[in-house]
Design a protein around this ligand. Structure first.
Ligand code: SF4
Length: 931
């Protein structure tokens, strides 16, 4: 930043002295100082047009009034923002805006809910009422979430700039001229046909309700706005829940949201009607035979559900879990925690597993998405998390290497930030992905490697970097070890050899190496395209090698940036919901950690709380249910019947389990295999914290009345823990052994006391608006936005030699196509929430499988034809989406729809040997059309 741009200056506004930064826009200063003047075309965060001229001010020395949104302030400037003449001019300007404005919904009592309405009332102007003939239909676009009423459009063009500047989609434009000028989607199309991604940025910035939320009653007065954190992806956007009578009405942007500002994606803005869905679980339920103290007799039929009281349900769970422990030991129970739930709830789940049950058999969905990231980065650097922040990557990277991340669909707000980096400041973007994902549209270079060949590609790039002497010798020498091991291992990865393995042209490999080797800072961004392979850990080690080789660690705009999937998967890992670590990644095999937690959670009558041997992973626990060594499950808000690989195998395993407790908000697909259902609550009904992908810890708030007898998940877990301890006559005696929590804040205090990386975190600090990225070492520590600045967590970074290894199951004569899997923009994971959101379901109502035109023609498949896809493990039925997003020989499916529509009927349960993550990204299939 230049000296000029940070220099403080003084100016006078309406005779008051104001301090500003040299080069600021006058309108921003007026906003900051609380000086309210209309500014209908200008909005912070958008480019400026100065077209509406409502923000006119007088500047000494200027003959005419000037729009404040076009004035860059200088030292000593004297401004008049309010005068009789200006008021008169603004009234005239606002009246002119109303010339074609027709408000068929006009209601004087609620007019102020729009920005224009506020100024109309302030200047005592009335819009043309419904008696006037409107020029357009009051609802002219069939978009399921956005209502378009061009009669209310004042041509401020904020929607056009929001779509261009923020979302990078260019859907809106102006068409026709003079009196007929109007905003138009695409070439006068419907929004979705014009490439709209339904993020609603145009709605958020519209000052008039010309574009509005279709599902929010126009002009509805709500009781309060409650700022919270999104419950979908790891970006961690904040927004306002608009609440009336304890009911969530709709979501709006909050300009103070630290990660996302005004921006949200379609799920964050329109995907929360599931909170009040009639499917919500409202009362504890148990299978009928449990009430009779009997045993299940039919393995394939768990019997009828019966609604019971909380007392009855928790007693049954306590008795059955105690019996299993007594008969088969603590390790015969499996605990699945949830990346959808808060840090406090995850902490309590692993405390429950370890202290109350006595097992390290605790895991969660990180096993299925980023366990290889954690293992790989810990081996390279000593810490398994994203090293930089999304803002510094988006604002400072000169080159971005996105590999195995469909960022615009899976982390959409960060995806838009990447688009902005390319559009607005010319950052170079390399996308490596077998599919032609949306981000490739903006890429300098698209490397279309064959699925499962990432190591060869990355090694080939590093081979050329070393060959051209582009490596950062100083960084390698001072910050790393074992460089020779790496450089020797790379000698065989010549462009020719790599091109043979990956199918990426030699020229493209050379160009990628040139950009990545010579542009700094350079950030690597990845997601499950890298991690979900039998070589997931090796893939991550390769990327860590690349960033050390080029000296792109510990500086802004660079680093390793694995994008965590679920909203709180980072936190669930941090808080020890893994079978090998206590909170803060303190190893269960480390005697010091073991004694620390044994003492903190000590119980009477139990000399040893848990063993020093790590527990089982999700995939192992499911497998061991089939052998009978796992007899019971306690599952919090996870849906293995949708999300685990080879779900026919999972169905058998879950059917075999003797006793399963599911704590959920809906009767998910896993509920069919449960014996007790405990009704939990959504993110909008509880307090606590989520940790986003960049290690930022953020609050959520209790804003909505829960249905029926549903309870907060942390309360349920604590009550169950107390009941089991009482049943087993074990009293808490350690300093943090009891379960009498009064609030989630109190749980966070316990976390801080036992977890060095969260030592300085408290709800009080977060309520004060502090932005904390862990590690937060003490109550005064400001947090750590960038990791590994001076040294790595393990001291020196460690290079590893990695070798290409083919995927476990490649296409052959019987199964000639390669299947890869993932998610789509409009749904999330097993889609328990998004399938219960009316706008999201309308936007993507059923499973589609992408297939190339050549494969479709060869197989005689028409667009949207139903096809059966078969693997060695099962089949799925879906509509064919003929698309150039997939190359010849590759098809792509998702796991958002249940039963026959789930791609996980096909996926293979082959695991990375270290991280135990399944190979979701590659298996062999064939297509059948005779259905
Ligand atoms: Fe929510 Fe992620 Fe969308 Fe942000 S980008 S609104 S966190 S789903």
């Amino acid at each position: 930043m230049s000296h000029e741009s940070t220099q403080k200056i003084q100016l006078t506004v309406d005779e008051h002295s104001v301090t500003a930064t040299n080069g600021e826009l006058l309108i921003d200063i007026l906003y900051r100082e609380g000086i309210k003047i209309p500014s209908l075309c200008y909005s912070p965060g958008l480019s400026c047009t100065g077209s509406c001229r409502a923000c006119l001010v007088e500047v000494q020395g200027s003959r005419i009034s000037l729009p404040a949104c076009e004035i860059t302030v200088t030292n000593g400037m004297q401004v008049t923002a309010n005068s009789e003449a200006l008021e008169k001019d603004r009234r005239v300007i606002l009246s002119m805006m109303l010339e074609h404005y027709v408000d068929s919904d006009f209601d004087a009592s609620s007019i102020e809910h729009t920005e224009l309405g506020y100024w109309l009332r302030r200047y005592e102007l009335t819009p043309t009422l419904k008696s006037q003939k409107p020029r357009f239909s009051a609802d002219s676009d069939p978009h399921p979430a956005i209502r378009v009423d061009l009669n209310k459009c004042i041509l401020c063009t904020r929607c056009i700039r929001a779509c261009n500047d923020v979302q990078g989609r260019f859907v809106w434009g102006l068409s026709e001229r003079s009196d007929n000028t109007k905003i138009t989607a695409g070439m006068d199309e419907h929004m979705l046909d014009a490439g709209c991604e339904s993020c609603g940025a145009c709605v958020a910035y519209c000052p008039t309700d010309a574009l509005s939320d279709r599902n929010a009653p126009l002009g509805l007065e709500t009781d309060e706005k409650v700022m919270t954190t999104c419950a979908y992806c790891g970006v961690g956007c904040n927004f306002d829940l608009n609440i009336k009578d304890g009911h969530l009405q709709y979501v709006t942007s909050n300009p103070h949201a630290p990660v996302n500002g005004m921006h949200l994606c379609v799920k964050g803005r329109y995907g929360f009607d599931f909170v009040h869905h009639p499917d919500r679980l409202t009362q504890p339920m148990v299978r009928e035979w449990l009430l009779q103290g009997a045993e299940r007799t039919d393995k394939n039929d768990r019997g009828k559900w019966v609604a019971v009281s909380w007392e009855q349900a928790l007693d049954i769970v306590a008795q059955r879990f105690s019996r299993i422990i007594d008969e088969s030991g603590s390790d015969s129970l499996a605990i699945f925690s949830s990346a959808k739930c808060t840090n406090e709830e995850n902490y309590l789940m692993q405390k429950f597993a370890r202290q109350v049950i006595g097992t390290h058999n605790i895991d969660h969905c990180a096993r299925l998405c980023h366990s290889s990231t954690v293992a790989g980065l810990v081996a390279s650097f000593g810490s398994g998390a994203m090293s930089n922040t999304m803002a510094d990557v988006a604002e400072q990277s000169q080159a971005l290497f996105v590999i195995g991340s469909n960022t615009t669909e899976q982390h959409p707000v960060f995806g838009s930030m990447i688009r902005q980096a390319v559009h607005q400041r010319g950052a170079k973007l390399i996308v490596a992905d077998p599919r032609n994902i949306d981000l490739t549209e903006f890429a300098t270079l698209h490397l279309r490697q064959k699925p499962g060949t990432d190591i060869a590609l990355i090694n080939g790039i590093m081979h050329l970097i070393i060959k051209n002497d582009w490596q950062d010798d100083h960084f390698i020498k001072t910050r790393t070890e074992d460089y020779e091991t790496l450089s020797e291992s790379l000698s065989k990865y010549t462009p020719e050899y790599v091109s043979q393995i990956t199918s990426v042209p030699i020229d493209a490999i050379v160009e990628a190496a040139t950009i990545l080797g010579t542009t700094k800072p350079m950030a690597v961004i990845w997601a499950m395209g890298i991690t979900q392979h039998i070589v997931g850990v090796q893939n991550v080690l390769s990327l860590a090698n690349l960033q050390m080789l080029t000296g792109n660690m510990g500086i802004p705009g660079a680093g390793v940036n694995p994008l965590r999937g679920q909203n709180n998967v980072q936190g669930a890992c941090d808080l020890g919901c893994l079978p090998n670590v206590f909170p803060g990644y303190q190893q269960v095999t480390n005697p010091d950690s073991l004694s620390k937690f044994s003492n903190a959670w000590a119980l009477s009558n139990r000399a040893q709380l848990f063993s020093q041997k790590q527990g089982q992973t999700i995939t192992e626990m499911v497998d061991n249910s089939l052998t009978g060594s796992i007899r019971g499950f306690y599952i919090l808000a996870e849906n293995p019947i949708m999300s685990d690989p080879d779900v026919n195998h999972v169905r058998q395993a879950m059917a075999n389990a003797e006793f399963t407790v599911l704590q959920e908000i809906f009767p998910s697909e896993t509920a069919d295999y449960a014996d007790v259902l405990l009704p939990g609550v959504t993110f909008a009904e509880k307090e606590g914290t989520f940790t986003n992908t960049e290690r930022r810890i953020q609050l959520i708030h209790d804003a909505v009345i829960s249905p029926g007898e549903a309870k907060k998940d942390w309360v349920i877990t604590a009550e169950l823990a107390k009941r089991i301890l009482a049943h087993r006559q074990q009293k808490p005696v350690g300093s943090f052994a009891n379960w009498d929590y009064q609030s989630a804040a109190q749980v966070m205090d316990e976390i801080a006391a036992l977890t060095p990386s969260y030592a300085g975190v408290s709800h009080a600090r977060l309520h004060q608006g502090e932005q904390l990225h862990w590690p937060v070492k003490d109550k005064l520590h400001p947090g750590t936005p960038i990791l590994h600045v001076k040294e790595f967590s393990r001291g020196k970074g460690l290079f590893h030699a990695t070798e290409h290894l083919s995927a476990k199951e490649l296409p052959d004569e019987d199964y000639p196509l390669c299947l890869t899997t993932g998610r789509v923009l409009y749904h999330w994971h097993g889609a328990e929430m998004t399938r219960r959101s009316q706008p999201l379901l309308a936007l993507y109502p059923e499973t589609l499988v992408e297939i190339s035109l050549k494969d479709a023609s060869r197989l005689g498949i028409d667009e949207m034809q139903m096809i059966r896809i078969v693997s060695r493990r099962g089949y799925m039925v879906a509509r064919a989406n003929i698309s150039d997003r997939v190359p010849l020989g590759l098809i792509f499916g998702n796991f958002h729809f249940p039963d026959q529509a789930n791609v996980n009927n096909l996926t293979i349960n082959e695991l990375d040997p270290v991280a135990k993550i399944p190979e979701y990204k590659v298996c062999a299939v064939r297509i059948e059309t005779d259905i």
